[in-house]
Design a binder for this molecule. Structure first.
Ligand SMILES: Nc1ccn([C@@H]2O[C@H](COP(=O)(O)OP(=O)(O)OP(=O)(O)O)[C@@H](O)[C@H]2O)c(=O)n1
Ligand SMILES: C[C@](O)(CO)[C@H](O)COP(=O)(O)O
Length: 231
């Protein structure tokens, strides 16, 4: 039987969760590290599953932890779990290959963005449903940005008014994401980048500060505080 959430939903969410978390410091793979007593991945999947449009969730887990992740997520939501790859792009490709027939909108969402609210999942999906091929949530850049050389000498100041910090979930019409991954070459850091290479327009929607990527120890501490404050 296919693992399904809302059978009337038109969205599949791919959750790359196979990263090591090197920048977070030594320990188990990042998606399995505890945040307020539960693994990051549990927080992430619980919020995805609360989005009414979501029909299918496919998690790309660390290769050695596929069974562990299946057991861990069974009480949270019906999900498919596959083995992730050597980089994020390979993990997304493995999850994409496991999406059953049905959903015509595919979102890609980092397990590391564990506090992302279901409303952001819905707003990205809705923008794809409204006719966009590819949609990314973004925030304005708040710091002054300098370009530097290899010796950390400043070459100049970048005009930040045209820059955006990109989050996930990133949403795509399913054939658009499939074609972009089929044509993929060297790994890129996000799926929109693959789609851009195909010449497909990518549009932005407002992101959420709660969708921060837990990357360094400070981010984990911040996420703990946000949860304690009711996020
Ligand atoms: N081989 C990989 C590498 C990353 N990811 C996932 O891609 C997301 C974004 O990656 P990032 O936050 O950079 O995680 P890590 O690669 O684990 O971080 P680091 O570079 O610090 O090791 C994470 O949910 C991570 O689990 C993945 O599924 N497979
Ligand atoms: C996809 C992403 O979350 C967009 O900001 C990000 O690029 C992934 O992080 P990584 O550290 O580059 O893997």
């Amino acid at each position: 039987m296919t693992a399904q959430l809302n059978p009337r939903g038109d969205v599949a969410v791919l959750v790359p969760a196979a990263g090591a978390g090197v920048r977070l410091g030594p320990g188990v793979p990042k998606a399995l590290r505890p945040l307020a007593g539960e693994p990051l991945l549990v927080h992430a999947v619980r919020r995805i599953a609360a989005a009414p449009s979501v029909r299918t969730v496919v998690v790309a887990a660390p290769a050695a932890d596929v069974e562990l992740v299946r057991t861990m997520l069974a009480p949270v939501a019906p999900v498919l779990v596959v083995s992730g790859g050597a980089d994020r792009q390979a993990s997304v490709a493995a999850a994409l290959a496991a999406v059953p027939a049905g959903p015509e909108i595919v979102l890609v969402h980092d397990a590391a963005r564990a506090l992302t609210p279901p409303e952001l999942v819905e707003s990205v999906a809705e923008a794809v449903r409204a006719g966009h091929d590819a949609v990314i949530p973004v925030l304005p850049v708040v710091d002054t940005i300098k370009e530097v050389d290899a010796g950390e000498r400043v070459l100049g100041t970048v005009d930040r008014s045209a820059l955006r910090a990109v989050q996930t979930p990133q949403g795509f019409r399913r054939p658009v994401l499939a074609a972009a991954h089929a044509a993929a070459g060297d790994p890129l850091t996000d799926d929109a980048g693959l789609v851009e290479k195909q010449g497909v327009p990518v549009v932005c929607v407002p992101g959420s500060e709660l969708a921060l990527k837990i990357t360094r120890p400070f981010d984990l501490a911040l996420a703990e505080h946000l949860l304690a404050a009711g996020a």
